[in-house]
Write a protein that binds this ligand. Structure first.
Ligand SMILES: NC(=O)c1ccc[n+]([C@@H]2O[C@H](COP(=O)([O-])OP(=O)(O)OC[C@H]3O[C@@H](n4cnc5c(N)ncnc54)[C@H](OP(=O)(O)O)[C@@H]3O)[C@@H](O)[C@H]2O)c1
Length: 344
């Protein structure tokens, strides 16, 4: 077989605010790969099937010298993110052709991994009721974030009141369902009426569009809050602190309102001591060792049975990654954003 194109999505220019598809990232078709003969040197040749596009990726589209919890993407190189691929050839012990791998994959059609560990890859199997995409969504990192963050930090008690921002996304929608299962009253917000409808369908007692409804009016009526799950930061965090009960838990999962325009300062940090608030920041990677077994045993079966619902926003074509990155930052995605690179 003659060499085939190995399409790639390259980090091309650092964005000033929102990423610009075609400028921040470019789709490149200049490389080819000979799938039968390319030397593996003991490694694994992977065909990338599906990639996850997540909010945190915006943080990696930055200058290399700026430090953060993950390194910047190197300019001129392919982006890297969560994904699933199928092994085409393998010279690595314990890895057979035809196996599926999940982990950090370059945004290109074919990847050569020196071994599983180097790319944080694991061999996975899927339940026939769930598509592979679910394993980078509800049954993958976003689902883990909801389950593990809640279990570690919520200290939830039946009858308490929780407010969840970005409640229609892959993280927030799972938090809503876990909180309802724990017997809480759930208030949730999102940025469109369609998302509000979905949040009600999955059990939110109070769901509203934060773009058309004043968050403070809702929280004044439905609070005070015992738990705030923060995916947004900025004004949503300020409002939640204003309407928090004494000893409320604030779970800092993300602050997307600051990802493109810089951090949004907290307006009244004095409320932390005045109300004895408990602020818990976390990164899911650090909670995995403690909670991964429970996630597999208690959470994934609820996805398989259909008890927990999820939505996906599926885009076909690696060349569309730049558009999907922007959609996630702007909120035009409706569900877990995934990009299908290839069929099996
Ligand atoms: N700590 C961790 O380990 C960890 C792991 C995974 C994710 N996270 C964080 O969890 C949050 C949700 O992630 P996800 O994967 O579920 O994302 P997502 O819902 O698929 O996408 C992000 C959503 O954020 C909302 N948004 C964008 N700009 C906003 C703004 N200025 N104000 C309010 N909402 C805004 C949009 O929804 P609307 O239409 O509702 O505005 C958008 O759809 C993010 O902050 C992410 O960084 C943290």
């Amino acid at each position: 077989m003659s060499p085939v194109t190995n399409g790639r999505v390259l980090f091309n220019a650092i964005p000033e605010d929102y990423p610009v598809p075609g400028t921040t990232t470019v789709y490149d078709t200049s490389e080819t790969i000979d799938l039968e003969n390319v030397p593996l040197n003991g490694g694994i040749l992977i065909k990338v099937l599906i990639l996850s596009v997540d909010p945190y990726m915006r943080g990696r589209l930055r200058a290399a010298e700026i430090e953060s919890y993950l390194p910047a993407f190197p300019l001129g190189k392919p982006l890297v993110g969560g994904g699933i691929g199928v092994v085409l050839r393998s010279e690595a012990a314990g890895v057979e052709a035809g196996a599926h791998v999940r982990g950090l994959l370059a945004h290109q059609e074919y990847v050569i991994a020196p071994n599983l560990v180097a790319l944080n890859l694991e061999i996975i199997e899927r339940d026939p009721k769930l598509h592979w995409s679910v394993y980078i969504g509800a049954a993958g990192m976003p689902g883990e974030t909801a389950f593990m963050g809640w279990r570690e930090h919520s200290d939830a008690k039946k009858g308490e009141v929780a407010y969840i921002s970005t409640g229609a996304g892959p993280v927030g929608s799972m938090v809503i369902q876990i909180a309802k299962q724990d017997g809480l009253k759930v208030i949730a917000s999102a940025g469109s009426d369609e998302k509000v409808k979905f949040m009600k369908e999955i059990g939110a007692d109070v769901a509203f569009n934060y773009k058309t409804t004043d968050v403070r009016e809702v929280l004044a009526k439905e609070g005070p809050l015992d738990i705030f799950w923060d995916n947004v930061g900025g004004d949503q965090l300020d409002a939640a602190m204003e309407f928090a009960a004494k000893n409320a838990r604030i779970i800092e999962c993300g602050q997307i309102s600051g990802y493109n325009n810089g951090p949004q300062p907290m307006k009244n940090p004095g409320l932390i001591f005045a109300k004895c608030l408990h602020l818990h920041g976390f990164l899911v990677a650090y909670l995995r060792p403690k909670h991964a077994a429970a996630f597999r045993a208690e959470f994934v079966p609820r996805l398989v049975s259909g008890e927990f619902k999820f939505t996906e926003d599926v885009t076909k074509g690696l060349e569309k990654v730049g558009d999907v990155i922007l959609a996630v930052q702007k909120g035009t995605n409706t569900g877990k954003a995934v990009v299908v690179v290839a069929e099996e």
